[in-house]
Design a binder for this molecule. Structure first.
Ligand code: DP6
Length: 328
């Protein structure tokens, strides 16, 4: 009745931006991401306790965050014959929320894997990915490691909307992702609200959906060949297009700040000098730089020279996994 799992966050190379079903978290388009090690979130779930209790990073969880956790566990209960009873959940990340990297993806992936195990359900990456998706869309891509593709699916019940691993972490050990934390503040508009506003008001949104869907197989082909330049160019293009469709929303959504643009300009100068470094950007001002092992020190120096407060160097990460020790 008690289980603990660890999962890594992921960074989207082709972004997910917009839902066709808000309740089931079904996306308009497919997306593709890379799991990031050594960052991780560990979550313990125990069923059969007196009342539901959720603790995240040492704080009792409230409001929509708590509701999302309990809703995911409700779906676990619906899949078992036994009465599991109320649940206690304790989750802890080993990286600061302020890093600008969503810990929610890793948190919900770990919750899905631990929740299924605590309920006595068999290990099943597809079922865990569907479950994690109910917590946060991008979480479905953190159940397996390496390069994962979230297939949008067609079914209204969402049973064909889950992530599949295309290449494991060992496929491209030389790849590096360098997170440049330019701003530690909370963003004004959360991804969930920003993407909804974009779907509802941006005239460019249909073009975004068409383009992103077409970029996924291209990204897969570049990853298959370990073609850093082609993948880097695709990532930048996709990030710009996500931000362009958001800028065209009403009211407009601008997640970049002056520091972000400064870093991007310097990065282009570095490329002219032959340093292979590209960026991607989620719904916030902190770029994530793509490079290789030989150039990660140069990428970190670039980020620091452009005002990064923290720099986190990452390598491709592995699958979410059950652990022996529990958090409580
Ligand atoms: C820009 O997965 O956090 O990071 O499904 O509403 O919980 P919800 O949103 P979330 O959005 C992630 C948006 C993104 C791009 C991505 O990770 O693909």
């Amino acid at each position: 009745m008690k289980a603990t799992a660890l999962a890594h966050p992921n960074i989207a190379l082709v972004k997910y931006w917009g839902k066709r079903d808000d309740a089931l978290i079904l996306p308009h388009q497919s997306s593709l991401s890379l799991t990031l090690s050594p960052l991780s979130v560990t979550t313990t779930v125990e069923f059969g306790v007196p009342t539901d209790a959720v603790e995240i990073n040492g704080h009792t969880s409230k409001g929509s965050e708590r509701e999302r956790v309990l809703r995911l566990l409700e779906s676990v209960r619906a899949q078992t014959k036994d009465a599991l009873g109320p649940a206690k959940v304790v989750s802890r990340g080993d990286f600061p929320m302020a890093a600008g990297l969503a810990s929610s993806a890793a948190g919900f992936a770990a919750l899905a894997v631990a929740g299924r195990a605590a309920a006595g359900l068999p290990s099943d990456a597809r079922a865990a990915s569907i479950l994690a998706r109910l917590g946060s869309g991008s979480a479905c891509r953190s159940v397996e490691g390496g390069f994962c593709e979230w297939q949008r699916g067609e079914r209204p019940d969402g049973d064909d909307s889950f992530a599949v691993q295309r290449f494991d972490a060992a496929h491209w050990p030389d790849l590096r992702m360098v997170v440049a934390v330019l701003d530690r503040g909370e963003k004004d508009v959360k991804s969930r609200d920003g993407m909804k506003q974009t779907v509802e008001t941006s005239p460019y949104y249909p073009a975004w959906v068409r383009d992103a869907e077409e970029e996924v197989p291209r990204a897969r082909a570049h990853i298959a060949r370990r073609d850093l330049q082609a993948l880097g160019e695709l990532c930048e293009r996709n990030a710009w297009r996500m931000h362009s469709t958001s800028l065209a929303a009403d009211p407009p959504l601008c997640y970049l700040n002056a520091g972000t643009l400064g870093l991007i300009q310097h990065l282009r100068e570095h490329r002219k000098k032959g340093i292979p470094v590209w960026f991607t950007l989620d719904a916030g001002p902190n770029p994530v730089l793509l490079t290789d092992a030989a150039n990660e020190v140069a990428a970190e120096a670039l980020a620091r020279a452009c005002g990064a407060l923290d720099v986190i160097r990452c390598v491709p990460g592995g699958d979410a996994a059950l652990k022996q020790e529990h958090l409580f």
